[in-house]
Design a protein around this ligand. Structure first.
Ligand SMILES: Nc1ncnc2c1ncn2[C@@H]1O[C@H](COP(=O)(O)OP(=O)(O)OP(=O)(O)O)[C@@H](O)[C@H]1O
Ligand SMILES: [Mg+2]
Length: 165
């Protein structure tokens, strides 16, 4: 049986491009584990704020808007999900801080696959990440995405995507 996060959980997806983060988010919404409006995806926020999900020039505003949305959801006790790469401690810290301030648990979900598999999926996409960047982000995941690191940063629980899928 796939697990469902406890109500009020902040679900933090962690993984390089094409690792299946948005696919998992959609599955959780489809089975009612997270409300559609409580999925905070950086690509969607970029599309709304910058007019293009691939335009990273307005990311300060994009992430500020996502933090404000998470604050509101966490205070209301709604399960929320952050769909962004979240590959470094610095990018994860604001979400963890907001969850903590609202007294909500953080569940980190590691989405990962070997570089060659990510590259294969990436090739099938319309918007492709350059191979060099994909390789670099894969290394960042290996360096900073381990379960022990996520726990040390304050995540209450860490699962691999398959456990939640
Ligand atoms: N477990 C899986 N096995 C095989 N293919 C998968 C799996 N999960 C997702 N995919 C496929 O990989 C591609 C990328 O998935 P998805 O868009 O969910 O990745 P992502 O992590 O959200 O990437 P990004 O960070 O670029 O938004 C899609 O074509 C999806 O169908
Ligand atoms: Mg995605």
């Amino acid at each position: 049986m796939a697990r469902t996060p406890a109500p009020g959980t902040v679900v933090l997806l962690v993984g390089p491009p094409a690792a299946g983060k948005s696919t998992l988010a959609a599955r959780l919404v489809a089975r009612g584990a997270v409300a559609a409006h409580a999925v905070l995806a950086s690509d969607d926020a970029r599309a709304r704020i910058a007019g293009d999900e691939g335009d990273l020039r307005h990311d300060r505003r994009v992430f500020a808007a996502m933090r404000a949305a998470l604050k509101a959801l966490a205070r209301a006790g709604e399960t929320a999900l952050i769909d962004a790469t979240n590959l470094t401690p610095g990018t994860r810290a604001p979400w963890i801080r907001i969850a903590r301030a609202a007294g909500r648990p953080v569940l980190a979900v590691r989405c990962d696959a070997p570089l060659e598999e990510l590259a294969r999926r990436n090739e099938l996409r319309i918007r492709r990440v350059p191979r060099g960047l994909l390789a670099r982000l894969c290394r960042t995941m290996a360096l900073h995405g381990a379960a022990a690191a996520l726990r040390a940063e304050g995540c209450d629980e860490v699962l691999d995507a398959e456990a939640l899928g």
